[in-house]
Design a protein around this ligand. Structure first.
Ligand SMILES: [Zn+2]
Length: 232
Protein backbone atom coordinates (compact mmCIF):
# COMPACT_ATOMS: atom_id res chain seq x y z
CA UNK A 1 0.00 0.00 0.00
CA UNK A 2 2.81 2.38 0.93
CA UNK A 3 4.60 1.73 -2.33
CA UNK A 4 1.48 2.59 -4.28
CA UNK A 5 0.92 5.82 -2.37
CA UNK A 6 4.51 7.00 -2.35
CA UNK A 7 4.87 7.76 -6.04
CA UNK A 8 8.18 9.38 -6.84
CA UNK A 9 8.31 12.32 -9.21
CA UNK A 10 11.29 12.94 -11.46
CA UNK A 11 10.36 16.56 -12.03
CA UNK A 12 8.41 19.06 -10.06
CA UNK A 13 5.31 19.98 -12.04
CA UNK A 14 2.93 21.42 -9.48
CA UNK A 15 -0.21 22.69 -11.23
CA UNK A 16 -1.49 26.18 -10.56
CA UNK A 17 -4.08 26.41 -7.78
CA UNK A 18 -7.66 25.98 -9.01
CA UNK A 19 -9.93 29.00 -9.12
CA UNK A 20 -12.25 27.88 -6.40
CA UNK A 21 -13.20 28.64 -2.86
CA UNK A 22 -10.39 26.46 -1.65
CA UNK A 23 -7.90 28.52 -3.58
CA UNK A 24 -9.17 31.80 -2.16
CA UNK A 25 -9.18 30.42 1.34
CA UNK A 26 -5.55 29.46 1.10
CA UNK A 27 -4.47 32.89 -0.03
CA UNK A 28 -6.16 34.64 2.87
CA UNK A 29 -5.17 34.68 6.48
CA UNK A 30 -6.21 31.44 8.16
CA UNK A 31 -6.87 33.33 11.37
CA UNK A 32 -9.64 35.39 9.79
CA UNK A 33 -11.14 33.09 7.14
CA UNK A 34 -13.10 30.09 8.38
CA UNK A 35 -12.57 27.17 6.01
CA UNK A 36 -15.71 25.25 5.15
CA UNK A 37 -15.83 21.82 6.65
CA UNK A 38 -16.16 18.90 4.23
CA UNK A 39 -17.85 15.56 4.46
CA UNK A 40 -16.04 13.27 2.05
CA UNK A 41 -18.21 10.90 0.02
CA UNK A 42 -16.51 10.27 -3.33
CA UNK A 43 -13.60 12.63 -2.52
CA UNK A 44 -13.54 14.24 -5.96
CA UNK A 45 -14.26 17.80 -4.87
CA UNK A 46 -12.36 17.83 -1.59
CA UNK A 47 -8.75 18.96 -1.47
CA UNK A 48 -6.63 16.36 0.25
CA UNK A 49 -4.27 18.90 1.79
CA UNK A 50 -6.19 22.15 2.12
CA UNK A 51 -9.78 21.25 2.99
CA UNK A 52 -10.94 20.46 6.50
CA UNK A 53 -12.28 16.99 6.00
CA UNK A 54 -10.82 15.52 9.17
CA UNK A 55 -10.86 16.71 12.74
CA UNK A 56 -7.77 18.56 13.88
CA UNK A 57 -7.37 21.01 11.01
CA UNK A 58 -6.22 20.61 7.44
CA UNK A 59 -3.53 18.10 6.57
CA UNK A 60 -1.48 21.00 5.22
CA UNK A 61 -1.20 22.48 8.71
CA UNK A 62 -0.74 19.14 10.43
CA UNK A 63 1.94 17.76 8.08
CA UNK A 64 3.81 20.73 6.59
CA UNK A 65 7.09 18.89 6.01
CA UNK A 66 5.44 16.23 3.88
CA UNK A 67 3.39 18.79 1.97
CA UNK A 68 6.55 20.74 1.12
CA UNK A 69 7.78 17.71 -0.82
CA UNK A 70 4.48 16.95 -2.52
CA UNK A 71 4.47 17.76 -6.24
CA UNK A 72 0.66 17.67 -6.51
CA UNK A 73 -0.46 19.71 -3.52
CA UNK A 74 -3.88 20.44 -5.02
CA UNK A 75 -4.87 16.84 -5.49
CA UNK A 76 -8.28 15.72 -4.33
CA UNK A 77 -8.90 13.05 -1.74
CA UNK A 78 -10.06 10.71 -4.51
CA UNK A 79 -6.92 11.18 -6.60
CA UNK A 80 -4.62 10.67 -3.62
CA UNK A 81 -6.51 7.55 -2.61
CA UNK A 82 -6.18 6.08 -6.08
CA UNK A 83 -2.92 7.59 -7.32
CA UNK A 84 -0.78 8.29 -4.29
CA UNK A 85 0.84 11.36 -2.78
CA UNK A 86 3.43 12.12 -5.49
CA UNK A 87 6.42 13.07 -3.36
CA UNK A 88 9.71 14.55 -4.47
CA UNK A 89 12.71 12.56 -3.08
CA UNK A 90 14.77 12.53 -1.02
CA UNK A 91 12.37 12.89 1.86
CA UNK A 92 13.55 14.85 4.87
CA UNK A 93 13.59 13.24 8.29
CA UNK A 94 10.53 15.26 9.28
CA UNK A 95 8.69 14.24 6.13
CA UNK A 96 9.42 10.57 6.74
CA UNK A 97 8.01 10.92 10.23
CA UNK A 98 4.83 12.52 8.90
CA UNK A 99 4.48 10.06 6.04
CA UNK A 100 3.60 7.18 8.34
CA UNK A 101 0.70 9.12 9.83
CA UNK A 102 -0.59 10.32 6.45
CA UNK A 103 -0.47 6.82 4.98
CA UNK A 104 -2.52 5.62 7.94
CA UNK A 105 -5.09 8.34 7.23
CA UNK A 106 -5.28 7.31 3.59
CA UNK A 107 -5.71 3.67 4.52
CA UNK A 108 -8.55 4.57 6.88
CA UNK A 109 -10.35 6.67 4.24
CA UNK A 110 -13.24 4.93 2.53
CA UNK A 111 -14.95 6.50 -0.47
CA UNK A 112 -18.36 5.78 -1.92
CA UNK A 113 -20.65 7.04 -4.67
CA UNK A 114 -22.05 10.52 -4.18
CA UNK A 115 -20.94 14.12 -4.05
CA UNK A 116 -18.89 15.55 -1.20
CA UNK A 117 -20.76 17.92 1.10
CA UNK A 118 -19.60 21.20 2.58
CA UNK A 119 -20.78 22.91 5.73
CA UNK A 120 -19.75 26.14 7.43
CA UNK A 121 -17.14 25.39 10.05
CA UNK A 122 -19.05 26.65 13.08
CA UNK A 123 -20.77 25.03 16.07
CA UNK A 124 -24.19 25.34 14.36
CA UNK A 125 -22.75 23.88 11.12
CA UNK A 126 -25.06 25.46 8.54
CA UNK A 127 -24.83 24.26 4.95
CA UNK A 128 -22.25 26.15 2.97
CA UNK A 129 -23.48 29.05 0.86
CA UNK A 130 -21.94 32.29 -0.34
CA UNK A 131 -24.37 34.28 1.78
CA UNK A 132 -23.55 32.37 4.96
CA UNK A 133 -19.81 32.57 4.29
CA UNK A 134 -20.01 36.33 3.69
CA UNK A 135 -22.00 36.80 6.88
CA UNK A 136 -19.39 34.93 8.90
CA UNK A 137 -16.47 36.76 7.33
CA UNK A 138 -18.01 40.19 7.89
CA UNK A 139 -17.28 41.76 11.27
CA UNK A 140 -20.31 42.30 13.41
CA UNK A 141 -21.08 45.98 13.60
CA UNK A 142 -23.60 47.81 15.71
CA UNK A 143 -26.45 49.50 13.83
CA UNK A 144 -25.58 52.94 12.52
CA UNK A 145 -27.65 54.97 14.96
CA UNK A 146 -26.40 58.24 13.53
CA UNK A 147 -27.70 57.41 10.05
CA UNK A 148 -31.07 56.40 11.48
CA UNK A 149 -31.33 59.69 13.37
CA UNK A 150 -30.26 61.74 10.37
CA UNK A 151 -32.72 60.14 7.99
CA UNK A 152 -35.58 60.86 10.39
CA UNK A 153 -34.98 64.62 10.43
CA UNK A 154 -37.24 66.94 8.49
CA UNK A 155 -34.43 68.87 6.89
CA UNK A 156 -33.22 69.40 3.33
CA UNK A 157 -31.24 66.45 2.08
CA UNK A 158 -27.97 68.34 1.83
CA UNK A 159 -28.25 69.34 5.50
CA UNK A 160 -28.92 65.75 6.48
CA UNK A 161 -25.86 64.61 4.59
CA UNK A 162 -23.70 67.34 6.11
CA UNK A 163 -24.92 66.55 9.63
CA UNK A 164 -24.29 62.85 9.13
CA UNK A 165 -20.78 63.41 7.78
CA UNK A 166 -20.08 65.78 10.67
CA UNK A 167 -21.30 63.22 13.18
CA UNK A 168 -19.13 60.41 11.83
CA UNK A 169 -16.21 62.84 11.33
CA UNK A 170 -15.92 62.46 7.57
CA UNK A 171 -15.85 66.14 6.65
CA UNK A 172 -12.71 67.59 5.12
CA UNK A 173 -11.21 68.79 8.37
CA UNK A 174 -7.49 69.34 8.59
CA UNK A 175 -7.07 66.10 10.49
CA UNK A 176 -8.77 64.09 7.75
CA UNK A 177 -6.97 65.95 4.96
CA UNK A 178 -3.63 65.47 6.68
CA UNK A 179 -4.38 61.76 7.07
CA UNK A 180 -4.96 61.60 3.30
CA UNK A 181 -1.77 63.58 2.61
CA UNK A 182 -3.81 66.51 1.29
CA UNK A 183 -2.83 69.04 3.95
CA UNK A 184 0.57 70.02 5.38
CA UNK A 185 -0.65 69.84 8.98
CA UNK A 186 -3.55 68.57 11.10
CA UNK A 187 -3.34 71.51 13.52
CA UNK A 188 -6.31 73.86 13.77
CA UNK A 189 -5.91 77.33 12.26
CA UNK A 190 -7.30 78.98 15.40
CA UNK A 191 -5.61 77.04 18.18
CA UNK A 192 -2.83 74.49 18.67
CA UNK A 193 -5.20 71.50 18.80
CA UNK A 194 -5.78 68.87 16.10
CA UNK A 195 -8.67 69.94 13.92
CA UNK A 196 -11.10 67.04 14.06
CA UNK A 197 -14.78 67.48 13.39
CA UNK A 198 -15.57 67.52 17.12
CA UNK A 199 -12.90 70.10 17.77
CA UNK A 200 -13.97 72.31 14.89
CA UNK A 201 -17.65 72.44 15.82
CA UNK A 202 -17.58 72.16 19.59
CA UNK A 203 -14.21 72.58 21.30
CA UNK A 204 -12.29 75.17 19.30
CA UNK A 205 -12.37 78.55 21.16
CA UNK A 206 -14.55 80.32 18.53
CA UNK A 207 -17.03 77.40 18.61
CA UNK A 208 -17.04 77.36 22.40
CA UNK A 209 -17.84 81.06 22.41
CA UNK A 210 -20.68 80.56 19.94
CA UNK A 211 -22.29 77.72 21.88
CA UNK A 212 -21.93 79.70 25.09
CA UNK A 213 -23.67 82.63 23.45
CA UNK A 214 -26.51 80.31 22.42
CA UNK A 215 -26.81 78.97 25.97
CA UNK A 216 -25.74 75.44 25.10
CA UNK A 217 -23.31 73.70 27.41
CA UNK A 218 -21.14 71.25 25.49
CA UNK A 219 -20.35 68.22 27.66
CA UNK A 220 -16.69 67.14 27.61
CA UNK A 221 -16.03 64.10 25.48
CA UNK A 222 -19.17 64.59 23.39
CA UNK A 223 -19.65 61.39 21.36
CA UNK A 224 -22.48 62.28 18.98
CA UNK A 225 -23.83 65.59 17.83
CA UNK A 226 -27.30 64.12 18.40
CA UNK A 227 -26.53 64.13 22.13
CA UNK A 228 -26.26 67.90 22.32
CA UNK A 229 -28.12 69.25 25.35
CA UNK A 230 -30.96 71.72 24.91
CA UNK A 231 -30.22 75.42 25.44
CA UNK A 232 -30.49 76.57 29.04
ZN1 LIG B 1 -9.15 75.08 17.13
Amino acid sequence: MAARLLKVETSVTAPPPPLSLRGSSRSASPSTVPLPGCTVVDGRSTSFWFDKWLTGGTLATRFPALLSQCTRPHASVASVSSGGLHLQPPLSTAAVGELTQVLRIIDDTSLSAGADRRVIDSPSGPAFSSREAYRMLSPSRPPDASACTTCGLRLPTKLKIFAYLADIDRLSTRANLFYKHCAPSAICASCPEIETGRHLFFFCPPAVALWSHLGVSIPPGLVSIWDLPAPI
